[in-house]
Write a protein that binds this ligand. Structure first.
Ligand code: AMP
Length: 116
């Protein structure tokens, strides 16, 4: 499939990744370059390249990403202190991998959201 990225191979377990959660709609794995003690990427198994490519049919799976984020935050022991969920889109958003993903970051005080 032409829109495939390295994340498709992770979903199919064709390359190594530290997968912390997987079901029929979503896969979550630890970021290879963690920016915080917990840094997990939660992705739809279906290829949606970026937020710009979302269609109304994707509402269910995108809602599920957040449900899974809540489950993983509890598993990681960061739910009480809090965490950050982040999605980059396109060039100005510095999106590197064009398979939509939710970053789950936590385990320390993450500071203000953006450098000013
Ligand atoms: P973004 O800039 O939002 O597209 O983020 C892409 C993220 O994917 C970065 O934080 C990378 O460190 C991470 N990443 C890229 N390749 C892999 C991989 N093979 N396994 C885990 N994380 C990866």
């Amino acid at each position: 499939m032409s829109n495939e990225t390295i994340f498709s191979k992770i979903i199919r377990r064709e390359i190594p990744a530290d997968i912390v959660y997987q079901d029929e709609r979503v896969t979550a794995f630890r970021d290879i370059h963690p920016q915080a003690p917990t840094h997990i990427l939660i992705i739809p198994n279906k290829i949606i390249p970026s937020v710009n490519d979302i269609t109304p049919e994707d509402e269910g799976v995108l809602g599920h990403l957040f449900v899974v984020a809540q489950i993983i935050a509890a598993q990681e022991g960061i739910a009480e202190n809090g965490y950050r969920l982040m999605v980059n889109c396109g060039r100005h958003g510095h999106q590197e991998v064009f398979h939509l993903h939710l970053h789950l970051l936590g385990g320390r005080d993450l500071g203000p959201m953006l450098a000013r």
